[in-house]
Write a protein that binds this ligand. Structure first.
Ligand SMILES: NC(=O)c1ccc[n+]([C@@H]2O[C@H](COP(=O)([O-])OP(=O)(O)OC[C@H]3O[C@@H](n4cnc5c(N)ncnc54)[C@H](OP(=O)(O)O)[C@@H]3O)[C@@H](O)[C@H]2O)c1
Length: 312
C-alpha cells in the first residue's frame, strides 16, 4: 500500500511517499480502516521534526499522520463497537498506538475511533478529530464555559481556534479572539463578537475581566493572558506552560491541556456537527503525492482551518 513515511527526524525533505508498505494488522482492540481522507495537525510536523524524541521516541520507518476518516475493512479480536463497512473517524497517531493515517490503510485503537458524522463528507470528517476534541475538552470539561461568560480565544483562525469559537457561541459565551489582519472577516463569520488583530494591537492592554482564556498559540501569549483574567478565572493552554505560581497568586486556575482524541469526545463532536452547529473549514486538499507541499502549506502559510489529504 501507499503511505507517507519518515526514516529519520528532520525537515520537510525527510517525508517520503512509498508504495510498497506492508498493510497494518487489525490486532486485538484495533480496527483496520480503509482511509478516505486524513488531515494534518501541527503535532505531525512536530513529530517529524523530533520535538518529542526524548519523551516519546518513535520507531523508523514511521507512517505520519493521526486524524482520519474512512471505512472499517476489518476488526480485531474483542472489538464489538464496530463492524466491517462502518464509516468512522478518529486518530491513528503513532503516539496514540495507531499505525499513522497518511496511508491507504491504517490501524487505530477502538478507544480513538467513533462513527463519523453523517452530514459531512470524509474530507470534512478527517479535518475534525484532534481540533474538535481539543475544543470540547477545553471549553466543556476544563473551563465548563457558561452562558454570558467572557472568553478570549487566541489563534481563532487556526484548526482548534475556529472550532472553539463556534462551540463557545453555542454555549452562549461572549467571544473575543486574536487573529492576524487577513483572518478578521473569517472569524467574524464564525460568530466572534470581538476581534483583535494581533499584528497591530496588544490584547493585554485592551482586554480585562475575562472569565476564561483558551490559548492555542503559546509562547509569551500564555502568561500575558493572566493579565486579562479576573480572580476566579481560568487559563487553558494548548501550546504553552503557564506560570502556575503567578496564576495562584492572582486567584486564577492555569493548566496546559493534553488532548484525548477519545470516543467520548468524538461522539460529542459528531453530535455537534450533525446538528449543524459546528462547521469545519477545510482550506486546502492535497493528494498524498503532494505531501511535502501540504506540510509546507500547514507550517508556513498557515491555513484558515485545516489542510486535508484526499486518499480515495
Ligand atoms: N497539547 C495538546 O494535546 C495539543 C493538541 C492539539 C494541538 N496542540 C497544539 O496547539 C497549537 C494550535 O493547534 P492548531 O491545530 O489550532 O494550529 P494551527 O491550525 O496552526 O493554528 C494556530 C493559529 O494561531 C495563529 N497565531 C499565530 N501567532 C499568533 C498570535 N501571536 N496571536 C494570535 N494568533 C496567532 C496562526 O495564524 P497566523 O500565524 O497565520 O496569524 C494560526 O491561525 C499547536 O501548537 C499544536 O501543536 C496541542
Amino acid at each position: 500500500m501507499k503511505a507517507v513515511q519518515i526514516k529519520e527526524y528532520g525537515g520537510i525533505d525527510v517525508l517520503e511517499l512509498s508504495s510498497d508498505i506492508q498493510k497494518p494488522v487489525s490486532a486485538k482492540g484495533y480496527v483496520l480502516v480503509e482511509v478516505y481522507a486524513a488531515s494534518i495537525n501541527p503535532v505531525d510536523w512536530k513529530i517529524r521534526a523530533g520535538f518529542f524524541k526524548e519523551m516519546a521516541p518513535i520507531q523508523f520507518p514511521a507512517t505520519m499522520g493521526g486524524d482520519f476518516a474512512g471505512v472499517v475493512a476489518e476488526v480485531g479480536g474483542e472489538v464489538t463497537e464496530f463492524k466491517t463497512d462502518d464509516e468512522v473517524y478518529g486518530s491513528a497517531l503513532v503516539l496514540n498506538g495507531g499505525s499513522g493515517s497518511f496511508a491507504e490503510l491504517l490501524s487505530a485503537r477502538v478507544e480513538n475511533t467513533a462513527f463519523k458524522p453523517k452530514s459531512v463528507h470524509f474530507i470534512e470528517a478527517a479535518a475534525l478529530p484532534l481540533v474538535g476534541s481539543s475544543a470540547i475538552q477545553a471549553l466543556e470539561e476544563h473551563i465548563t464555559l457558561q452562558s454570558r461568560q467572557k472568553i478570549l480565544i487566541h489563534g481563532g483562525a487556526g484548526g482548534i481556534g475556529h472550532v472553539a469559537i463556534q462551540l463557545a457561541k453555542i454555549l452562549g459565551a461572549y467571544v473575543t479572539t486574536t487573529v492576524s489582519t487577513n483572518d478578521m472577516d473569517f472569524v467574524k463569520q464564525l460568530g466572534a463578537d470581538e476581534v483583535i488583530d494581533y499584528k497591530n494591537q496588544q490584547f493585554e492592554t485592551v482586554l480585562k475581566d475575562f472569565d476564561a482564556v483558551f490559548d492555542t498559540v503559546g509562547g509569551e501569549i500564555t502568561n500575558k493572558s493572566l493579565d486579562v483574567l479576573k480572580r476566579g478565572g481560568i487559563l487553558v493552554s494548548m501550546a504553552g506552560e503557564p506560570d502556575k505560581d503567578e496564576a495562584e497568586k492572582r486567584g486564577i486556575t492555569a493548566i496546559s491541556q493534553f488532548t484525548q482524541t477519545n470516543t467520548n469526545h468524538l461522539n460529542r463532536l459528531t453530535k455537534l456537527v450533525d446538528s449543524g452547529k459546528v462547521n469545519v473549514s477545510v482550506d486546502k486538499v492535497f493528494p498524498l503525492e503532494e505531501a511535502k507541499q501540504a506540510f509546507s502549506y500547514q507550517e508556513e502559510i498557515h491555513p484558515k482551518g485545516k489542510v486535508v489529504f484526499k486518499i480515495i
